[in-house]
Design a protein around this ligand. Sequence first.
Ligand code: ATP
Ligand code: MG
Length: 422
Amino acid sequence: MTKSLQAIRGMHDILPAQVALWQHVEDTVREVLTSYGYAEIRTPLVEVTALFHRAIGAVTDIVEKEMYSFDDRNGDSLSLRPEGTASCVRAALEHGLLIQPQRLWYRGAMFRYERPQRGRYRQFHQIGVETFGLAGAEIDLELMLLTARLWRRLGLTDLRLELNSLGDAEERAAYRAQLVTYLSAHADQLDADSQRRLTTNPLRVLDSKHPATQEIVAGAPTLLAHLGAETRSHFEQICAGLDAAGVSYQLNPRLVRGLDYYNRTVFEWVTDALGAQGTVCAGGRYDGLVAQLGGKSVPAIGFAMGLERLVEVLAAAGQMPDSAVDVYLVAVGAAAQQAAPVVAERLRDAVPGLRMLTNCGGGNFKNQFKKADKSGAQFALVLGETELAENRFGLKSLRLDSEQQSFTFEELTAFLTAHLTV
Ligand code: ATP
Ligand code: MG
């Protein structure tokens, strides 16, 4: 017996029944981003492996163990992109976009070899934003206000904003030394991963999900208390702006983010509705990355949201946009069946936006009405021999208990146009 073929573990088909919600999220995000003047950029799914090593950092989870890397036929090491920022910076540098400020966004699949579980997959989708050339706190604030608007548009009310500042490189280095001293004194109580990170990437220990480590971390010194005047003022401007705009937030001194390149502002939007994988959107400032990848020093800040998680929160909240068609065209009899596709074209011309499914494969009235009902359509549009002879159309609601009405083509288009605008 041949083994049945299946999708790769951690990589999922998104089936037609789920796609309406995905499109709703994607369309809403695109509308909001466009209204703030952000321009879309599309980069390849595959990049040279060195890009991610240099951008993300050699001792991050992603580069250490999550990348899909392979040699191509030419022997070059390539990787499926695990995130979008590195590619965006690479493209912006390559095409000289950074001579002026940029507000960019992207969307698409990302790949990480993680342990698949709820909210954590090996192929997942992000929509992300990257801005370049803007150093002031206004843009940090704009990104948070923009995402808050997006949640309002999507009807998501239970997301909370968590905020922290990682300081500048020097402040972080000084803090890092203090943190290592503190954590080393408790090293035997830390989980194995955190013990290892104590030497490689101690800030990541703050972010550990291990209960025992979290207890130790609760008593650790915080970076917020070590910020210099400039960084502090940058951070306070963001907080003041959020207050003024009425967007609530929580300071989370343990928020560090998984990637190496962040400085100053980091933020996450978190929900309790998804269990352990509660972060739906995460971002921060990365003023050093462009130079690290070979450009001039250009300040930058961005975020990425996980679409699987967002869609799941919306589905849990009972949101399912209406994906059914408006009209199902029933055509009975050989002549009507032959005329139906042309009639359907005329109707599509006259009522733009009309969602209409035409019956294919014949059948009697009863049989076609059954299919019409099953399609979820609001109305059955009936084209029988009588209608064809009289140049009229029957319209019957499939959802309300009302009589079938007889319309001329003009009456029909007026009726359907009115129906679409309510
Ligand atoms: P986490 O702490 O959950 O591992 P991360 O810090 O690795 O997140 P980022 O790289 O900042 O996440 O990605 C931004 C967002 O993309 C996350 O907040 C999440 O919504 C989503 N995301 C990240 N990794 C995955 C994954 N493996 N599966 C599904 N969504 C993901
Ligand atoms: Mg991760």
